[in-house]
Write a protein that binds this ligand. Structure first.
Ligand code: ASP
Length: 320
C-alpha cells in the first residue's frame, strides 16, 4: 500500500515499517560515500514548516531532502508573518502556492499535521504535533534498535519519564509493539496518561524491575508543556527516576530522543557512555527521513500547474 501522508504510526502496518527500514538501510550506504547525494527527488520541493523549536528533526529533514536532490524551503514561525497574526491555514495556503511536493509540519497542538493535510495537495509529514505523535522519531528509533539487536521480537523496552507530555512515547509504543517488542512505560503516576495500557504496553511506577529491560528509553521532562507542577520537585524526580550508572547495567542499551536535560532524566556519565545510542539515533534520523520522503514522493507525477490544479480539492489523491 502506498502512503499519501505520514501523520501517525497508527497508519502503518509492520510491513510498511519494514519497507521504510530497508530503504533507510540502503540510504545509509549512500551516506557513507564521499558524495552523499542521489538524484531521486531532483526538482521536487520539500517545505519544512516549524512552529516549535527543533534541532535534530528540522536539520535532518533538510539534509534528507538535500541528499535526495530535492529543493528545500525552511519556514520557521518566528520571524515570519505568523508573528503578525497569520493563521496556520493561511500560512499553509500561502506556502502551497509554491507547489511543494511535501510539507513537513511541526506544531505545538495535537492534530495539526492532520489539519494541514486537508489544506494542501502536498504530502504531509507529521514532525511532531503537540503531545500527540512524532512518527519519524519512532521509525528512527526502531531502525537504530534493529541495527543493534536484529529482530525486536520479544525484546523488552522500558520507556521512562514524562510519558504524559511525550509524543515520542506515544509513537514509540505503537511502533515498538508493531515490531514485536514488549514495552513498559514507567514514571510517577502524575506523568503517566490514564489508559495508556490500551496501546499494548505495561505500566510501572518505580524502577525496581528495570533490570529486565534490554533497552532503556529515557524521556525529557517536557517543562514547556506543563502548566502546573507534576512532580514535587526535580530533586525528588531525580531521586526516583533518573537513569544513572547505579540503575543501568552495562549490558543494557540506552536511548533518548534529545535534547537531554543532563542531571535530570539522565546522568552525564550514562549519557556519554558507549551503551548510549543517542548519536546513532541522530544519524539514523537522516536516512530514515530520506526513506520517508522517498516513500511519499517517488513515482509521484509532479503537480500540474495552472488554474485547474488550483481548483482541485485538497482531498483528491495527488500521488499516482
Ligand atoms: N525532540 C523530541 C520532540 O520534539 C523530544 C523532546 O523534545 O523531548 O518531541
Amino acid at each position: 500500500m502506498s502512503m499519501r501522508h505520514l501523520l501517525s504510526i497508527e497508519d502503518l502496518d509492520r510491513e510498511q515499517i519494514e519497507r521504510i527500514l530497508a530503504r533507510a538501510a540502503s540510504f545509509a550506504e549512500v551516506s557513507g560515500r564521499p558524495i552523499k547525494k542521489v538524484p531521486t527527488l531532483r526538482g521536487r520541493l520539500v517545505v519544512n514548516l516549524f512552529y516549535e523549536a527543533s534541532t535534530r528533526t528540522r536539520s535532518s529533514f533538510e539534509l534528507a531532502a538535500k541528499r535526495l536532490s530535492a529543493d528545500v524551503l525552511n519556514f520557521a514561525s518566528s520571524g515570519s508573518a505568523v508573528e503578525k497574526g497569520e493563521s496556520l491555514k493561511d500560512t499553509v495556503t500561502t506556502l502551497s502556492s509554491y507547489r511543494p511536493d511535501a510539507l513537513v509540519v511541526r506544531a505545538p497542538f495535537a492534530g495539526a499535521a492532520a489539519l494541514v493535510a486537508g489544506w494542501t495537495p502536498a504530502a504531509v509529514v507529521n514532525a511532531g504535533d503537540g503531545k500527540h505523535e512524532h512518527p519519524t522519531q519512532a521509525l528512527l528509533d526502531v531502525y537504530t534498535l534493529t541495527r543493534r539487536l536484529g529482530t525486536l521480537e520479544g525484546r523488552s523496552v522500558w520507556i521512562v519519564g514524562d510519558v504524559l507530555h511525550s509524543r515520542v512515547a506515544r509513537s514509540g509504543v505503537l511502533a515498538l509493539r508493531r515490531m514485536g517488542a514488549e514495552v513498559t512505560v514507567c514514571g510517577p503516576p502524575t506523568l503517566i496518561p490514564r489508559g495508556i495500557e490500551a496501546l499494548g504496553c505495561a505500566v510501572r511506577h518505580d524502577l525496581s524491575d528495570l533490570g529486565e529491560a534490554h533497552v532503556v528509553y529515557a524521556l525529557r521532562m517536557q517543562n514547556e508543556r506543563m502548566s502546573e507542577s507534576f512532580v514535587p520537585s526535580l530533586r525528588e524526580y531525580v531521586a526516583h527516576y533518573q537513569i544513572n550508572a547505579r540503575r543501568l547495567s552495562p549490558r543494557q542499551l540506552l536511548m533518548h530522543p534529545g535534547p537531554v536535560n543532563r542531571g535530570v532524566e539522565l546522568s552525564s556519565d550514562v549519557t556519554d557512555s558507549p551503551q548510549a545510542l543517542i548519536s546513532e539515533q541522530v544519524e539514523a534520523g537522516v536516512v530514515v527521513r530520506m526513506a520517508v520522503l522517498f516513500e511519499l514522493l517517488s513515482g509521484a507525477a509532479p503537480e500540474p500547474s495552472g488554474a485547474a490544479a488550483q481548483a482541485r480539492p485538497a482531498t483528491e489523491p495527488q500521488l499516482a
